[in-house]
Design a protein around this ligand. Structure first.
Ligand code: UD1
Ligand code: UDP
Length: 353
């Protein structure tokens, strides 16, 4: 079987690595990078440290508005699929790279397989549009949980749905065994004694009032707060005149590699984040999570009491960070960390038919 995988953004490199390791044991993979993320710390570092080969092709689309960025990916992806004639096209998550590959593939021969299908947050963010459109174009839908399958059923999608468990769990287990703890001493923080934070959603980073409230709440925490800042956030902190405040009050760093990030997340007393992937990784690592959003697609983490939604409300952030008591029990809604095996098995069965 020959699978053409499309990636483009940081979380997709992490997830694709977990599947690639299994896929490449017995099958051929062509890895196409759209170029949505391109900084060394947002892209190359993942290929260097995750034991996956560099992409066969990088379309180099770079940053732009949603429409122009997605449009720029379409012709390049179509040409790749025409040239490679894969048995299936594999996409991950909810970025513009995911949607572009879904649009192109839905009008071509190979089946489209979507990993992290069925995720819904119920909000009108660009990622929700990407999720819904990709799921409705997909032939194979790999859901991480029964809730995700139920979301698809509500939209009339029941064919081709497979509960593989969450491929992010596979990725996390791999990295936890290889966590690069040198980052703790590099940043001067001790295990259990600091707060980790990530902020990159446009709804937070591009809104001066919300970003200020988040920065102020983090700066006021008595513990050291490590913020590996996404380039979007760095640009907005500068634009809104908040960079100095963040630099003085926080340990503001460049984005770190995945093995360093997992070490930080495992050692943190609590994480404050608006990332989808980080909420779930915190859940897997038993690290209390305070989510800087009003809603989440990873509903099980909240329902089980391990994750608190606080939005960009300064008071709510402060109080959630200061009280991080978590329940004694934790459910296992996202499978057992062997999602990649299931995905490859189903792909192989389906493409053989
Ligand atoms: C994208 C995804 C989001 C995902 C995130 C992961 C969409 C709609 N959004 O958001 O779902 O959570 O990736 O990180 O696809 N930039 C750089 N260097 C880079 C990449 C980005 O400087 O390597 C800057 C550019 O100014 C760019 C901005 O960050 O305009 C936003 O990048 P973009 O890829 O458009 O969206 P993300 O916020 O990264
Ligand atoms: N991550 C990382 N370094 C960082 C911040 C995040 O390796 O400095 C990893 C994190 O562990 C997770 C993924 O990047 O696997 C999440 O990406 P992001 O928050 O950008 O996107 P989202 O999950 O919200 O789509």
């Amino acid at each position: 079987m020959k699978v053409l995988t499309v990636v483009g953004a940081r979380p997709q490199f992490v997830k694709a690595a977990a599947v690639s390791r299994v896929l490449r044991q017995d099958h051929e993979e062509v890895l196409v990078h759209t170029g949505q993320h391109y900084d060394e710390g947002m892209s190359d570092v993942f290929f260097e440290e995750l034991s996956i080969p560099y992409p066969d092709t990088n379309l180099g689309v770079g940053s732009d508005t949603h429409g122009r960025q997605t449009g720029a990916m379409l012709s390049g992806l179509e040409a790749e699929i025409e040239a490679e004639e894969p048995d299936a096209v594999l996409v991950y998550g909810d970025t513009n790279s995911t949607l572009a590959a879904a649009i192109v593939t839905s009008k071509m021969d190979p089946p489209l397989a979507h990993v992290e299908a069925g995720m819904r947050s119920g909000s009108e963010i660009p990622e929700e549009t990407n999720r819904i459109l990709t799921d409705h174009a997909a032939d194979l839908l790999f859901v991480p949980s029964t809730d995700a399958a139920a979301n698809l059923a509500r939209e009339g999608i029941t064919e081709g749905v497979h509960n593989s468990g969450d491929v992010g769990y596979d990725a996390l287990l791999w990295a936890r065994d290889r966590a690069d703890t040198s980052v703790l001493s590099d940043l001067g923080v001790g295990s259990g004694e600091f707060v980790l934070a990530t902020v990159h959603r446009d709804t937070n980073a591009d809104d001066p009032e919300k970003l200020e409230k988040i920065v102020d709440a983090l700066v006021e925490d008595p513990r050291p707060v490590v913020l590996p800042a996404h380039p979007r956030t760095v640009a907005r902190l500068e634009e809104f005149g908040l960079y100095g405040r963040a630099e003085r009050g926080l340990i503001l760093t460049e984005p770190v590699g995945y093995r360093q990030f997992v070490a930080l997340l495992d050692a943190a007393a609590v994480v404050a984040t608006d990332s989808g992937g980080v909420q779930k990784e915190a859940f897997f690592l038993d690290t209390p999570c305070v989510t800087l959003r009003e809603e989440t697609e990873w509903v099980e983490t909240v329902e089980s009491g391990w994750n608190r939604l606080v939005g960009a409300d300064g008071g709510a952030i402060r109080s959630a960070l200061s009280d991080v008591t978590m329940p004694n029990e934790k459910p296992t809604p996202y499978g057992d960390g062997t999602a990649a095996e299931r995905i490859v098995e189903v792909l192989s069965d389906v493409t053989r038919l």
